[in-house]
Design a protein around this ligand. Structure first.
Ligand SMILES: [Zn+2]
Length: 51
Protein backbone atom coordinates (compact mmCIF):
# COMPACT_ATOMS: atom_id res chain seq x y z
CA UNK A 1 0.00 0.00 0.00
CA UNK A 2 1.25 3.45 -0.91
CA UNK A 3 0.03 6.84 0.22
CA UNK A 4 0.21 10.25 -1.40
CA UNK A 5 1.83 12.72 1.04
CA UNK A 6 -0.28 15.57 -0.28
CA UNK A 7 -3.87 14.37 -0.49
CA UNK A 8 -3.50 11.04 1.35
CA UNK A 9 -4.74 9.13 -1.67
CA UNK A 10 -4.10 5.42 -1.17
CA UNK A 11 -2.64 3.29 -3.92
CA UNK A 12 -3.47 -0.35 -3.33
CA UNK A 13 -1.83 -2.75 -5.83
CA UNK A 14 -4.54 -5.27 -5.05
CA UNK A 15 -7.38 -2.94 -5.91
CA UNK A 16 -9.30 -3.74 -9.08
CA UNK A 17 -8.29 -0.42 -10.62
CA UNK A 18 -4.60 -1.20 -10.10
CA UNK A 19 -4.74 -4.66 -11.72
CA UNK A 20 -2.13 -5.99 -9.29
CA UNK A 21 0.53 -3.56 -10.47
CA UNK A 22 2.75 -2.28 -7.69
CA UNK A 23 3.47 1.43 -7.57
CA UNK A 24 7.14 0.72 -8.25
CA UNK A 25 6.18 -0.96 -11.50
CA UNK A 26 4.18 1.97 -12.79
CA UNK A 27 5.76 4.36 -15.34
CA UNK A 28 8.02 7.01 -13.83
CA UNK A 29 5.67 9.67 -15.12
CA UNK A 30 2.75 8.26 -13.18
CA UNK A 31 1.16 10.88 -10.95
CA UNK A 32 -1.43 10.90 -8.21
CA UNK A 33 -4.88 10.78 -9.83
CA UNK A 34 -6.19 13.24 -7.28
CA UNK A 35 -3.50 15.90 -6.92
CA UNK A 36 -0.84 15.07 -9.54
CA UNK A 37 1.95 14.44 -7.05
CA UNK A 38 4.79 12.45 -8.70
CA UNK A 39 4.91 8.80 -7.71
CA UNK A 40 8.42 9.08 -6.27
CA UNK A 41 6.96 11.16 -3.47
CA UNK A 42 4.53 8.43 -2.43
CA UNK A 43 5.26 6.76 0.86
CA UNK A 44 4.97 3.05 1.50
CA UNK A 45 2.65 2.29 4.37
CA UNK A 46 1.10 -0.70 6.01
CA UNK A 47 2.29 -4.26 6.06
CA UNK A 48 1.97 -5.70 2.60
CA UNK A 49 5.12 -7.73 3.05
CA UNK A 50 5.11 -11.45 3.78
CA UNK A 51 3.68 -11.40 7.25
ZN1 LIG B 1 -2.33 12.97 -4.14
Amino acid sequence: MWQCPECLFLYDPNAKTASGVDLEDLPDNWICPQCATPKDRFEKIGGDDDE
